[in-house]
Design a protein around this ligand. Structure first.
Ligand SMILES: [Zn+2]
Length: 417
């Protein structure tokens, strides 16, 4: 199973928006560019909402059938580890092996020594096409990278073989993710990590490093865009070089765990992809749920009442809802509107508060991030929430579709082929 050159991960927490999401991909396809949709949902999301991986598979299959989508699509077991992989085996054909927790815990002395001996020939200057300076790997960096990453890659190997034994080689796509950690991986560390992945015989088709800067959920990038762009380009070049050096899958590409809505990075990413004729997997978070809230607010009537109730119930549980996402959101309670203020808003005003249009004076990034993590409240509402999604389906779907189409797919992919 081969992952296409361009792919985008989308979330659909309540499993109602698959068709609207697909319609956005179809619009781009009609214009001549196929981006493959991948529905991703992590163990964390499943536990908070009370869904099973098979629910995502069913929703994806049904949406694809209903929309007559004929290109590839996948269901991603996002950020899985040894602890929770088994629940995803049957439903998923894309596995994101998350080994970030193992970064920094050292492999055995013997393993590290063997790795360094095996890759001693990598010490020195690498003239990598596309890079203006040679990449320099010193003996010290080889040793320190092995110390930091070898154990994590070996864990990825174990997890990969566990899945392979159950599903069969070649029947699923493998991603290795190291993004949920504080320290970005440098290009030279990337080279060492890729060598280790090849040693483990992990046929990774995507790798998700930690990039410089903050990738808060549902809002734009916080950091130096120029630094990101350079890092991204360097990683693209290192990956291409490593494919040849180590015999990794020829379609291996970067996966950007964007946390959604990194609008200021789309232009620079597209420029690099174009320059090097490279592919990418853009993983977004479950911001489709935010579009549901925006649609319900905009719909008015009972939809608006539900949206306001979610806000007020969530507001009283701020700490609890934010805690699981502490490292990937930046919500200051004093920057959130009071429950009373929101109660006074009309639907259009509430929608503008949440919709990610940075030029709009009513847009509130704190409120957006807060509602992004507040989906537990809607899950607890049960049918009251999902019935509202059904009752106001057209306006909700329009928001879902427009968001993916106009704010994500077009800015990133429309200029590519
Ligand atoms: Zn991630």
């Amino acid at each position: 199973m081969i992952l296409a050159k361009y792919s985008m991960g989308v979330g659909d927490r309540f499993g109602h928006q698959g068709r609207a999401q697909l319609q956005a991909f179809k619009t781009l396809q009609a214009a001549g560019l196929t981006v493959v949709p991948v529905w991703n949902k992590s163990f964390r999301e499943h536990s908070i909402i009370g869904t099973q991986p098979m629910d995502v598979r069913r929703a994806a299959d049904a949406s694809v059938a209903a929309e007559g989508w004929t290109a590839d699509y996948h269901v991603d077991a996002d950020h899985i580890s040894q602890k929770n992989v088994d629940g995803f085996i049957a439903a998923s054909d894309f596995f994101t092996l998350d080994v970030a927790d193992h970064i920094g815990s050292a492999a055995s002395e013997a393993d590290i020594k063997a790795f360094i001996t095996r890759h001693r020939n990598l010490i020195g200057n690498h003239a990598i096409p596309g890079l203006t300076q040679p990449l320099v790997l010193t003996e010290k960096t080889l040793a320190s990278s092995a110390q930091t990453y070898l154990h994590a890659v070996k864990e990825a190997g174990k997890l990969y073989r566990h899945i392979e034994a159950k599903k069969g080689a070649g029947t699923f796509i493998t991603e290795v993710s190291m993004d949920e950690t504080n320290q970005p991986q440098t290009p030279v560390e990337m080279l060492v990590i890729l060598a280790a992945l090849a040693d483990e015989n992990i046929p990774a088709q995507t790798i998700a490093p930690k990039f410089t800067g903050r990738f808060n959920k549902g809002v734009d990038y916080v950091g130096d865009v120029a630094v990101f762009a350079r890092e991204f380009a360097e990683d693209v070049c290192v990956i291409r070089y490593a494919i040849k050096q180590f015999g990794l899958p020829s379609n291996l590409k970067l996966s950007v765990h964007s946390g959604s809505d990194k609008f200021s990075l789309y232009g620079p990413i597209a420029a690099v992809l174009k320059q090097f004729d490279a592919g990418v997997h853009l993983k977004t978070a479950g911001t489709t749920w935010l579009e549901e809230m925006i649609g319900l607010a905009e719909a008015g009537g009972k939809g608006l009442v539900v949206a306001k109730d979610v806000y007020s119930m969530a507001r009283s549980r701020l700490d609890e809802l934010c805690a699981p996402y502490a490292t990937v959101i930046d919500v200051k309670p004093e920057r959130l509107p009071s429950v009373e203020t929101v109660a006074q808003m009309d639907g259009a005003r509430m929608a503008r508060m949440l919709r990610h249009v940075q030029s709009c004076p009513d847009f509130n990034p704190d409120a957006r991030q807060f509602i992004h993590v507040a989906y537990k409240v809607a899950a607890e509402m049960g049918e009251r929430y999902t019935d509202a999604l059904v009752a106001y389906a057209p306006v909700v779907a329009r928001n879902v579709r427009e968001n993916i189409q106009e704010r994500h797919l077009k800015p990133l992919f429309a200029g590519l082929k």
